[in-house]
Design a protein around this ligand. Structure first.
Ligand code: ZN
Ligand code: ZN
Length: 408
């Protein structure tokens, strides 16, 4: 089996953990058709009921944002609603092969992007809820396309060289190697992540205090009865799946109105193809009250204002500085990889990380400290000198991160 086939098998057998008789939806860019077909074959090999494709196309997406009639960005057709909400209701497995030119939507009217994101958030809310609450198995992974590969490796002499380099980086990030069985390696990896997840949940910290030499000095309050997640999740139907490949993070949700201080980003944030770089935020009672970016400040300000919850944090994630992605010293211009390179936060929607919260209404979740929003955007803050001190409900201080890595 070559590395490509191993990777496809990994996504189907560990990522989605496709079951006999289950329907599988694969969303993929047309450029990745060859790999998407391998994934479909791997799904049929384990006895799936049917594979249904949802093809995407960067070129057509850009044409649409530039030239389509203006009202298009406020509506989502019925058939698309039925497609996603209907299959989510049936418990289908959703595999998203994500690959796009990071600058594809550069220069597009940000208001069209904002409105389209609001419209799709509302129309596909049943599907989105199924995904954020792990009602149905889902997995996101990436494969290279030329425009993205050239962006990551601008010095490569040919397109082919850039593609090969990006494939190598992706294989390393997802632990696909020539001599080993990635399925086995992933089971070990998930065990390691679970150790930290359980430790953090046991500590039941009231606060996490972040400091580093970039200037981050932030006090993050955690909700009562919060828990941490990492690696794999269990769907409502009892299927263990891995939602992100790669994944190195152990994450929870902050108490949305209990975050105070300054956060300085340690890596650029790519938002709808625009680069936001060298930025910091000031938070008061959870609200982002000030943002400054050397590059892309307007884009950032737009992103945190699409709704009320967009200016509050919805995720707190710990990633050891010594991780395969950080060690590869590559900026992928893709959140899926870059968020697994460093400790991060997200502004916007929180995952239901308070015990019992997957059964709560959004209003109840909010009352338990979880942020509600139609957006969710990760940004990296981890550095080699990041220290995090956990403060328990009794006021005891316990080192969580020392110099970028776990202290326990
Ligand atoms: Zn994350
Ligand atoms: Zn996130």
């Amino acid at each position: 089996m070559n590395k490509l086939e191993k990777y496809a098998r990994l996504l189907v057998e560990v990522g989605l953990n496709v079951q006999k008789g289950q329907t599988v939806i694969i969303a993929a860019p047309v450029e990745c058709a060859a790999f998407a077909r391998m994934c479909a074959s791997a799904a049929y090999a384990v006895g799936c009921r049917e594979v249904i494709m949802d093809w995407g196309d960067d070129y057509l997406a850009r044409q649409k944002y530039l030239h389509a009639a203006d009202e298009v960005f406020d509506e989502v057709p019925e058939w698309r609603k039925n497609f996603y909400n209907g299959y989510a209701r049936q418990g289908a497995g959703f595999l998203r092969i994500s690959a796009s030119d990071p600058e594809n939507l550069k220069g597009v009217d940000p208001d069209r992007l904002r409105r389209a994101s609001i419209a799709s958030g509302a129309a596909l809310s049943e599907y989105r809820n199924a995904v954020t609450n792990n009602g149905t198995p889902w997995c996101i992974a990436s494969v290279p396309i030329p425009s993205w590969a050239k962006r990551v490796f601008p010095d490569a002499k040919t397109e082919q060289e850039a593609m090969e380099k990006l494939w190598e980086k992706i294989f390393a990030a997802v632990r696909v190697e020539d001599e080993t069985d990635p399925v086995q390696l992933w089971h070990e990896h998930i065990k390691r992540l679970s150790y930290y997840r359980d430790k953090l949940t046991e500590y039941n910290f009231k606060y996490l205090h972040y400091t580093n030499s970039l200037g981050t000095d932030l006090m993050v309050e955690l909700p009562e009865n919060h828990f941490w997640a990492a690696g794999s999740e269990i769907s409502k139907g009892g299927i263990e799946f891995v939602a992100n490949m790669p994944t190195e993070e152990i994450f929870s949700a902050p108490k949305f109105d209990g975050v105070n201080g300054k956060i300085v980003a340690s890596m650029p944030l790519v938002k709808d193809g625009n680069i936001i770089d060298n930025f910091y935020m000031i938070l008061k009672d959870g609200k982002i009250v000030e943002v400054h970016a050397e590059k892309g400040e307007e884009i950032l300000k737009n992103a945190i204002s699409i709704d009320e919850g967009a200016s509050y944090l919805g995720e707190v994630a710990l990633v050891p500085y010594d991780s395969p992605i950080q060690n590869s010293k590559t900026l992928f211009y893709s959140t899926l990889f870059d968020e697994n390179a460093a400790c991060h936060f997200a502004f916007g929607e929180a995952y239901p990380m308070v015990k019992g919260s997957d059964e709560m209404t959004p209003e109840e979740q909010k009352a338990h400290g979880l942020n509600i929003s139609k957006t969710h955007v990760d940004f990296m803050i981890g550095t080699a000198d990041l220290n995090i001190v956990g403060i328990t409900h009794d006021g005891e201080k316990i080192p969580v991160f020392v110099n970028g890595n776990f202290a326990f």
